[in-house]
Design a protein. Sequence first.
Length: 126
Amino acid sequence: MAKHDAAPPDLVGAPSFGAVEAILNGNLGDHLAREAAAIVLDAQKSRRDAAADRFNRLAKTVPIKLSLTSSRMGVLVPALSLGDTYAGVVALHLWRVLGVGAVDRIKRCRACRRWFADRSRNRSKK
C-alpha cells in the first residue's frame, strides 16, 4: 500500500456518507476503492462473515493510535491517529457506516456506475 504524507483533512475530520462515496468512487485510489466496494457488497448481500473478514484484514494494516491530551481549560481532548496510509481513512469510514447498519444506504447508479449514499427518507434513490 502506498504511503502518503497525510490523508485529506475533509475525509479524516468528518466521517460521513460523503467520505464513503469518495472512497468508493476512487478518490483514494483504485485498489482501496475495489477493496471497499467488496466489503460493502458482501455486507449488502448478507455475506456478513465475508464482509467482516475483509474489513478486519484491511483494519489489521492500520496502526491506530488513541491518545488524550489535557487542554488549558482542564478538558481532556481525544485524538486519533490512523497512521500514514489511506487505508486508515478507508477503515475508519467503513467501520462507522457499516457499524451503524447503514450499508443499505450505499448504492451504485445503474447509468453512470458511480457510488452514492441514498439520503432519501424511504431509501428509494436509484
